[in-house]
Every structure is written in C-alpha cells, then in structure tokens.
Write a protein that binds this ligand. Structure first.
Ligand SMILES: NC(=O)c1ccc[n+]([C@@H]2O[C@H](COP(=O)([O-])OP(=O)(O)OC[C@H]3O[C@@H](n4cnc5c(N)ncnc54)[C@H](OP(=O)(O)O)[C@@H]3O)[C@@H](O)[C@H]2O)c1
Length: 262
C-alpha cells in the first residue's frame, strides 16, 4: 500500500465495510445490496416500503452479514437525516453510499410535460440524491472517507424521446457526481457514477408496456447479452465500493452491453 492507494494486488473485498443502498427493495438496488453482502459488507437497505425491505434484509442475513431495513422516501428531505442517523446508530459508520432509488413516472413529449411530474422525478432522482449524499458525506468526513456511487442511466447520456425530465435528471446526476468528487476528495471521499443500460426491472418493464414499439429498436442496439439482469450491475458496483478503485473518482461507468456504441 502507498498513501492509502492499492499498488499491488487490488482488493475487491468489502469485509468490515458498511454500505447504505437506496431503492434496495427490488431491481438493481436489491441485486447490489446482496452482491455487497456476498463481498463481505454489512448493508443498510432503504426504500419506502418496509415489508419489502425486510425480505431483502433477511436474504442478506442468510449470507452471514448484518442488515438493517429502514423505510424512507428519498424525495422528502426531512426523511434523509433520520435515515442516516439510524444507520450510524446501528453500525457506527457508513463507508459506501449507493444512490440507486429513482423513478420515471411519465412517458410524454417535452411539450406536454407538467410541473408535478417534473418535481416528482427531480425530487427523487436529483435533489434527494444530492442531499442524502451531503448528510452521508458529513459522516464519512468524520470517519476518514468513503465511497459514494450514484446511479445515472444511458438516458443521462443520450436524449430519448418522451422521457425528458428523466433524461435531464440523469444527466444532472453525472455532474452531481463530479461536484461531489471535486469537493469531497479532501475528506477521503470518492464519488463515482454508474450509467446502466436496459435492465429487466419493474421500472424498465413498465416503460416498455407504455411504448412497446420502442423495445425491438433498443434490442437491436444491445451488442452483448440482450436486456440485462439486475445483477449485471453488481460487478461495477463492487469495484467502485472497494479499495480496488481507490484512485478512481468523478467517473461514470456505462454498463450497457455496448448499447451506447451503436
Ligand atoms: N432498469 C433499467 O433499465 C435502468 C436503466 C438505467 C438506470 N436505471 C436506474 O436504476 C435505478 C434503479 O432502478 P430499477 O430499474 O431497479 O427500478 P425498480 O425496480 O423500479 O426499483 C426502484 C427502487 O427504488 C425505490 N423507490 C422508488 N421511489 C422511491 C422513493 N421516492 N423513495 C425511496 N425509494 C424509492 C423502490 O422501492 P419502493 O417502491 O419500496 O420505494 C425500489 O426499491 C434507478 O435510479 C433507475 O433510474 C435503471
């Protein structure tokens, strides 16, 4: 080791680390929470619905790791500090934050987009993501550092018709990541981003229900393995959470089976 940076064999192990994963009750968040537990982390899982989270927490406990389920609406700022306080009360620290909770509530042309839909998307995908990061970064600063991983999307890199507010929110997540990385490196905090492609989850499948014609065009553009499964995202997450990525900050990793190349 040299100045805290791995110089020889990289370690992807998460033993001794505590992770907080938002949107962990299903889909990508559930897969990441379980992947982290298998890599050795204790995991705080959060979303709005406690019964669903308890199921995931039980799966984590079966791996031999500890888990705490906390219900919180990430779009409501008054629920963020209590979430962080509960995680710290249980585990004493947060080493890794995954800002995964996200929504795309509308599917409509930009000319029709209404303020309420804009606010729901921005409050969760961007505002909640930023202010939860701020609350967790204050804990990480005290404990000597940590890793924040934000979830953007290929839709944050490429404008998709009829999905404007979501596209804009996910592009902003990439810049929010750079701002966090720029300002919080001095506290030993890294911030990186993952931009998933098309992953089979409730969010993705509901989108294709309202716009089925879109699906074959997208499928043609995915070069590897077709539509992804939630655990296709886990490897990149473990890399960014672990000491193997000690020298990486401010980056966005696209995990999309080559979709953005076409
Ligand atoms: N699936 C894809 O193809 C894809 C592609 C690119 C990016 N993404 C991004 O990946 C992330 C996860 O998406 P997913 O596809 O796994 O979606 P999903 O299956 O619909 O899961 C969304 C998760 O977020 C939680 N959630 C929703 N609204 C919330 C709120 N207001 N406060 C707290 N938690 C909330 C949900 O739980 P509750 O309902 O219990 O709150 C659930 O755990 C999102 O940021 C999404 O934009 C997905």
């Amino acid at each position: 080791m040299c100045r805290g940076v791995q110089m020889t064999q990289p370690s992807f192990a998460l033993e001794g680390k505590v992770a907080l994963v938002t949107g962990a009750s299903r889909g990508i968040g559930e897969a990441v929470a379980l992947g982290f537990a298998h890599a050795g982390a204790d995991v705080v899982v959060t979303s709005r619905k406690l019964p669903d989270l308890e199921v995931v927490a039980d799966k984590i406990r079966k791996t031999g790791r500890k888990s705490l389920a906390v219900a919180a609406h990430i779009g409501r700022l008054d629920q963020l500090q209590p979430l962080v306080d509960k995680a710290v009360a249980e585990f004493g620290k947060i080493d890794v934050l995954v800002n995964n909770a996200g929504t795309s509530v509308v599917w409509m042309p930009a000319l029709e987009l209404e303020e309420r839909a804009w606010d729901v998307i921005m409050n969760l995908n961007l505002k909640g993501l930023f202010f939860l990061s701020q609350a967790v970064a204050r804990v990480m600063r005290e404990k000597g550092g940590g890793s924040i991983i934000n979830v953007s999307s290929v839709d944050g890199l490429k404008a998709e018709a009829n999905n404007g507010a979501y596209n804009i929110s996910k592009a902003a997540v990439i810049m929010a990541t750079k701002v966090m990385a720029r300002e919080w490196a001095q506290y030993g905090i890294r911030a990186n981003c993952i931009a998933p492609g098309f992953i089979s989850t409730r969010l993705m499948n509901s989108r294709w229900e309202v716009d089925p014609e879109n699906k074959p065009q997208i499928l043609k553009r995915i070069l590897l393995h077709g539509v992804g499964e939630p655990d296709f995202i886990t490897g990149a997450m473990i890399f960014l959470a672990s000491d193997a990525s000690s020298y990486v900050t401010g980056e966005t990793i696209t995990v999309d089976g080559g979709y953005m190349l076409t």
